[in-house]
Design a protein around this ligand. Structure first.
Ligand SMILES: Cc1cc2nc3c(=O)[nH]c(=O)nc-3n(C[C@H](O)[C@H](O)[C@H](O)COP(=O)(O)OP(=O)(O)OC[C@H]3O[C@@H](n4cnc5c(N)ncnc54)[C@H](O)[C@@H]3O)c2cc1C
Length: 370
């Protein structure tokens, strides 16, 4: 495709990856971000091999791996710490051909931001794009990409006559970061469960982890942030030792509640020269473990299609056809696990470990080859 002028709205994972990959293909990119500086939603992410495939294509895999951790398994425990199931990440990585890396979100965003600067792409911070601006952008640019997230995407709004709003799925995730030496878990992602409640601990460095406590609850935005750490300590008070340790060493300023919403599948993601990617197009629950991974895949697939096809409308139609099945699978996987965890009996077999490592690798690596 000949070089295009591209406007990207939102400098999150999807927008920054899109800007980097498009710039590398020689397109002219402008990136608009409403926040005054890069924002950090959540404490950390696990970049599964499909995400690390994209990092490799962006030339960032080494940097990401250096900044993050490489866990060797996910283990499920009951709240007393008795181990029930395990997923062998080393085996998954071997089958997939790429590592799994856990990383603090602030490091992920920093690395993407530095890579953008190195490519000469500047982010126009403190620039909120409103619904009425989209028409102007679509006339000024060849392509307008909405990477403006799950909750209030104005680009998604511009695509549909009636609003497509995210739905609350009935549980909260309270996330944070702790500095401590996790002897008991070392290099294991720990997934502690009790019917209706879950506490996950993700090691990043020997002295650093991120974590999330989750439970079923109605939305309550009246509490101050400090109240959530107290609630966590009370709610998970009798749980296994690693849970106690992370809560004891939590960095209070990192603690953040998210009332978790996802998005029903959309019938299309583009109209004329306007398209949505990432959470704006297909926001899955954190129980899918795939939100940021799928946002990265979107960026890589869209840019790949642009390099192989001339006609923009054909590219955007092909992009939806190529991506909708996998992202819908992530959505359903996230909902199914959330249902079992928070509204079922907390069945210890309800997890990715119910799926074979070979199948998981096949599912997540589907459609990815350089
Ligand atoms: C609690 C929780 C835990 C999660 N854990 C994981 C995990 O472990 N692994 C994983 O892969 N995924 C995880 N996810 C999902 C992951 O965070 C998202 O899927 C991913 O961040 C999506 O990236 P995005 O760029 O599409 O959207 P966002 O990261 O939301 O970025 C959108 C950007 O657009 C900007 N913006 C919005 N509106 C406008 C506007 N009008 N004008 C200009 N800018 C605008 C915002 O400020 C923001 O910077 C988690 C999600 C949640 C809620």
């Amino acid at each position: 495709m000949e070089k295009k002028r591209i406007a990207i709205i939102g400098a999150g994972v999807a927008g920054m990856a899109m800007a980097l990959l498009a710039k590398k293909q020689g397109h002219e990119v402008q990136l608009f971000e409403r926040a005054a500086a890069h924002t950090v939603m959540g404490a950390g992410v696990t970049l599964w091999p499909n995400a690390m495939f994209v990092m490799q294509q962006m030339g960032l895999a080494q940097q990401i791996t250096r900044a993050g951790g490489t866990p060797d398994s996910v283990c499920q425990y009951d709240r007393s710490g008795n181990r029930h199931n395990a997923l062998d990440i080393d085996q998954l990585n071997g089958l997939s051909g790429y590592a799994t890396v856990t990383i603090l979100r602030r490091d992920l965003i920093r690395i993407l931001g530095e890579a953008l600067r190195a490519q000469g792409v500047t982010v126009q911070f403190a620039t909120t794009i409103a619904l009425r601006d989209i028409d102007r952008l679509r006339q000024t640019f060849d392509l307008v990409i909405g990477a403006d997230g799950r909750m209030h995407s104005v680009v998604r709004q511009a695509l549909f006559a009636s609003p497509r709003l995210p739905c609350y799925q009935g549980f909260i995730n309270v996330m944070g970061i702790s500095k401590f030496r996790a002897n008991t878990l070392s290099n294991i992602i720990g997934d502690f469960r009790y019917p209706g409640e879950r506490f996950g601990i993700v090691p990043v460095k020997p002295d650093m982890c991120f974590w999330a406590g989750a439970w079923r609850t109605p939305i309550d935005k009246s509490r101050p942030p400090s109240a959530w750490l107290s609630e966590l300590k009370q709610r998970f008070g009798g749980w296994a030792a690693p849970v106690q340790s992370v809560l004891k060493h939590a960095e209070p300023e990192s603690v953040r509640p998210v009332f978790v919403h996802d998005l029903d599948p959309l019938p299309y993601w583009h109209k004329d020269n306007v398209v949505v990617i990432g959470d704006a197009a297909h926001a899955a629950l954190p129980t899918s473990g795939q939100g940021a991974c799928q946002a990265l895949e979107d960026a890589w697939q869209l840019v790949s299609l642009m390099s192989h096809q001339e006609e923009l409308s054909a590219v955007l139609s092909a992009f939806y056809r190529l991506r909708v099945e996998k992202t819908t699978m992530a959505l359903h996987a996230g909902r199914q696990l959330a249902q079992q965890l928070f509204f079922g009996q907390g069945d210890m077999s309800a997890s990715q470990s119910g799926v074979s490592v070979a199948l998981l690798s096949q599912l997540w690596m589907q459609g990815l080859s350089a």
